[in-house]
Design a protein around this ligand. Structure first.
Ligand code: SAM
Length: 923
């Protein structure tokens, strides 16, 4: 790549797609030239190994080449930056950059036409996630013990550890989706551009922040002339050819001295201002920002009251009453943020002040709405923690009725009573309104953005963790060898024989995002990092995943006041390994792995949330280090299978389940709740409980293997994989022939006769593989569904005029045969025997798109036939409906209703679950 091109292609961080295409073409031609002239300046094509194409991008190859970094060229320049570029030039360039980007970004928040690139390598190396309750004090401590530097003492491409660079802001900051750029000046008036990446104030998490909102934040955080301190400064030769400061981990390495001291002392920013800033954040659903401002406000009140007490003794003045009102407002608002973010224990702590005040009537008298809200939030926090009896007694208590006489509050109490009944049902009977939850999820999909809710109680559900039925434990050596699991793996094991249709887990995510929120406007991030000197590895990571990891960090920042938040994810595999390694490094006496992991997890997963919140205030474990590398979180996400068509989330307990291609448990993501239940009927005490990470019933071993590789599983050794592997290569080649023919049969403008000939050929291959591989524990379900769907196509088109030379009688005969033998064929493909019905060995094998076909056939036949065989299938359907809804919906003997319910369930599931493959229906 020519130097000119590097600077040109990198200057515009945000570029329209058209421009990207032009650049790519330009690059293509220049690559040819430069390849012959200066081979060393770019990575040879053969050495660029493409790894994971999780989300294939258009023009991916071209774009990949466009953004290859030549790491060496950066490293070459590492001298001292003794003669910094003059101020007017730095400011001039920044000004030009602002003009260029603000034109594109401020016009709208629609980023669909912009291409945004992120290089993950610096994040991998330098981004740290804070694990401590007060990152500000920690940064202050580190600042005090560090060595002070100036710009002209910095080395290029070097990180100055244990150092600090105090500087002043001298330009307007500008945000370019991933980074904030601003010009800073040191005490010698030397200037530099500072690029701040991954900053919690501006980055997208579950919430997408608008350009306008971020610019407003930046004016508050980085006003001109304010002082900031960069810890461990990193001067870098950037891709645009400029030398600038880069801060990769501002949450741990950037101190906004002026802003933070201003917020902490009432001389500069008063409590009312802080509350209003908090409210602005809350309205934008930026709950982390809001919590921070409310906390500053509360600290100021504390300090003020302490001072007053010192001066005036214990007399209560009108000033302290005003303070009390302020405090209640701030606590109530902060509590709402905690509830929105599902930190119920912290929410409860904020509202407990309410219950501790004896003379509530005074507090509640004015202002009434604040008190009403606080009451409602207090009760919601109790509900979230499963303290149902307490809520009941509080609702009844005289204490609370004082404040709840106004109309608005009566409505709130009625709502609470209704929700209390629902949540109790979920808790005691493990009954969830699945159809309702699924329907809600789909309607949300249609209506796009959810409205911001005062308190999101209706979307809250009780968690379930049947640790009486299973345990989370380290796998034994023989289990590891048999299954090919990595060393020190954990898994989930049955403690009893378990019936199919038994709910095991309902889990709220530790962090989740709705991956449909930006929909069409989704930005693509391209990330790449050379792993070693010889081979460059290009990796593609979707913008959603980066957003989810930001959400993980946000949850840690919100919940770090209690170490318990990190406790929830500490058993997830890469995090667990990192902890063990870190402990080994830190602890002087050598402790066995097992002992450490036992102390990490107390031998088992944390019990339900109810117990958590109580432990939270008792248990103050010291984290082994103050920070966790972002890389470890990235690796954890790489093993995470939980993604539906709408949600990606982290489920600490769910992620202890290992994978099998013929699992004995199933999972759904409904909203952002994970449900795991037993589906096979042969689970005995001691058996491992498994789920499938990839879509169910993929017949091709190669396809399954490539899907599993993205979760860190290189070679699955489940029974299905072992059988398929033993029949290679014929197994794969027959399936390949089937899938190629199937693709041909689905072409749009095919004549009816041609399509029918494909159908017959497909049937032949299908019959062949079924016979040839008859020992396979499950038949070829997806191929069976493909054939059925193709046959349906002919049914629909039967009466159309066609001028094809085709024997319609032949088609009809073919279809009739298919129709009459459907149930037999289905029973063979799922390995059932008709006489077993409805008690079948493995209800799991009937779960999938073929279930819809079964419902369709029964519907067709039930109108005119009443054979005994049909009744058996009907009863099976009833029985399956109960299992697949883990008895949340009991079946009636009304066949029509069952068919209807079943169809509804499967239609909704197909629309929301990514582990179910959508049938390819011809229209
Ligand atoms: C979500 S975790 C499952 C729990 C994990 N075993 C643990 O110790 O925490 C996924 C990781 O477990 C391992 N794993 C799960 N199922 C596996 C399988 N069938 N074969 C090999 N490794 C598997 C892989 O290392 C994978 O990246």
């Amino acid at each position: 790549m020519t130097p000119k091109l590097i600077s040109k292609s990198n200057k515009a961080i945000i570029t329209s797609t058209a421009t990207v295409n032009e650049r790519a073409q330009e690059l293509e031609s220049s690559l040819h030239c430069s390849n012959s002239s200066s081979q060393s300046s770019c990575v040879p094509r053969s050495k660029v190994k493409s790894r994971k194409f999780r989300h294939k991008l258009p023009h991916s190859n071209i774009l990949a080449k466009l953004f290859i970094i030549n790491k060496k060229s950066n490293e070459q320049e590492s001298g001292i930056y003794s003669t910094p570029v003059v101020k007017s030039i730095v400011l001039g360039k920044h000004e030009a950059f602002i003009n260029q980007t603000s034109k594109t970004m401020s016009t709208s928040d629609d980023l669909s036409y912009y291409f945004i690139r992120t290089n993950l390598q610096p994040q991998m190396q330098h981004r740290m996630i804070s694990l401590i309750p007060d990152p500000f004090s920690d940064k202050m401590d580190r600042m005090e013990t560090s060595r002070q530097l100036k710009i002209n003492l910095l080395r290029i491409n070097h990180i100055h550890l244990n150092s600090r660079l105090p500087v002043k802001i001298i330009s307007t900051p500008i945000w370019t989706h991933y980074a904030v750029h601003v010009v800073i000046q040191d005490e010698n008036s030397h200037c530099l551009r500072l690029s701040i990446y991954n900053w919690s104030y501006v980055m997208n998490t579950r919430q997408i922040k608008s350009y306008k909102y971020i610019q407003e934040c930046l004016t508050r955080l980085l006003p001109i002339n304010s002082c900031i301190v960069v810890l461990d400064p990193w001067l870098k030769m950037c891709h645009d050819g400029q030398i600038a400061l880069r801060c990769e981990s501002p949450n741990t390495h950037l101190l906004m001295i002026d802003f933070e001291t201003g917020c902490s002392t009432d001389t500069r920013t008063d409590v009312e201002q802080l509350r209003q800033w908090g409210n602005l954040c809350y309205q934008a659903d930026d709950n982390l920002g809001a919590i921070e401002f409310y906390t500053y406000g509360l600290r100021q009140i504390d300090e003020q009251q302490e001072k007053e007490l010192e001066c005036k003794g214990k007399s209560v003045t009108s000033k302290t009453e005003e303070c009390e009102q302020h405090r209640i407002r701030l606590l109530s608002n902060r509590c709402a943020c905690y509830l929105r973010e599902r930190h119920a224990a912290l929410a409860l702590a904020d509202t407990s002040i309410l219950l501790s005040i004896n003379e509530l009537s005074n507090v509640l008298a004015s202002p009434k709405t604040t008190a009403g809200k606080l009451l409602f939030r207090c009760l919601s926090a109790h509900l979230h923690l499963g303290l149902f009896d307490k809520v009941e007694s509080l609702i009844k208590s005289h204490k609370l009725t004082i404040g709840s006489t106004s109309g608005e509050n009566v409505t709130a109490i009625t709502l609470l009573e209704r929700e209390l009944a629902r949540l109790r049902d979920e808790n005691i009977k493990e009954r969830y309104d699945l159809q309702g939850m699924l329907g809600e999820q789909i309607s949300f999909h249609k209506n796009e953005k959810p409205s911001l809710m005062f308190i999101d109680l209706s979307h809250y559900h009780v968690e379930c963790n049947r640790n009486d039925l299973f345990e989370v434990r380290q796998c034994l050596a023989e289990e590891i060898t048999r299954n090919g699991y990595p060393k020190n793996s954990y898994g989930i094991y049955a403690l009893k024989n378990i019936e199919p249709g038994t709910l095991l887990v309902v889990e709220q995510p530790f962090a989740s995002i709705d991956n449909r929120v930006i929909g069409e406007q989704r930005c693509h991030s391209i990330n790449f990092w050379p792993k070693n000197e010889k081979i460059s590895i290009i990796d593609y990571c979707n913008d959603d995943i980066l957003r989810l990891l930001n959400e993980v960090e946000k949850q840690l920042l919100i919940g770090n006041t209690s170490w318990i938040t990190f406790d929830k994810i500490k058993l997830m595999q890469p995090i667990r390994r990192w902890l063990i390694e870190t402990k080994h490094k830190n602890v002087s006496e050598k402790v066995e792995d097992n002992e450490i992991s036992d102390s990490l997890g107390d031998g088992q997963m944390p019990s339900s949330c109810k117990k958590h919140w109580q432990k939270q205030f008792l248990k103050h474990l010291t984290p082994p280090t103050s920070y966790i590398p972002w890389r470890t979180l990235f690796e954890t996400q790489q093993q995470n299978p939980f993604r539906s068509k709408s949600t990606v989330g982290w489920y600490p307990l769910g992620s202890m389940f290992n994978h099998s291609c013929s699992p004995n448990c199933l999972w759904y993501l409904i909203g952002d709740y994970l449900f795991i239940y037993v589906c096979a009927s042969n689970i005995r005490c001691g058996d491992e409980l498994t789920i499938s990470y990839c879509p169910l019933w993929i017949s091709s071993l190669n396809e399954r293997t490539s899907q599993l590789r993205q979760f860190g599983i290189t070679s699955c050794r489940c029974l299905l994989c072992s059988y398929d592997r033993s029949n290679m290569p014929q197994y794969e080649s027959e399936l390949k022939t089937f899938s190629n023919l199937h693709a041909l049969s689905r072409q749009k403008n095919l004549s009816r006769s041609k399509r029918f000939s494909y159908l017959k050929k497909l049937k032949e291959i299908y019959e062949f593989i079924k016979k040839k591989f008859r020992q396979r524990s499950i038949g070829f379900i997806n191929e069976f569904v493909d054939l059925e769907n193709l046959s349906h196509y002919f049914q629909h088109k039967c009466d159309e005029n066609n001028h094809d030379d085709i024997d319609e009688i032949e088609i009809e005969t073919f279809l009739n045969e298919q129709e009459s033998s459907f149930l037999q064929r289905l029973s063979r493909v799922c390995r059932l025997t008709i006489k077993d019905l409805p008690k079948i060995g493995n209800p799991m094998s009937l779960f999938g798109t073929h279930m819809q076909l079964l419902a369709y056939h029964l519907e067709q036949r039930s109108t005119h036939e009443h054979t005994c065989e049909l009744e058996q299938w009907n009863r099976l359907l009833e029985c399956l409906y109960e299992i697949y809804t883990f008895k949340c919906h009991t079946s009636t003997s009304n066949m029509k209703k069952i068919l209807n319910d079943h169809n509804k369930l499967f239609t909704c599931l197909l629309q929301t679950q990514s582990f179910l493959q959508n049938p390819t229906i011809l229209r």
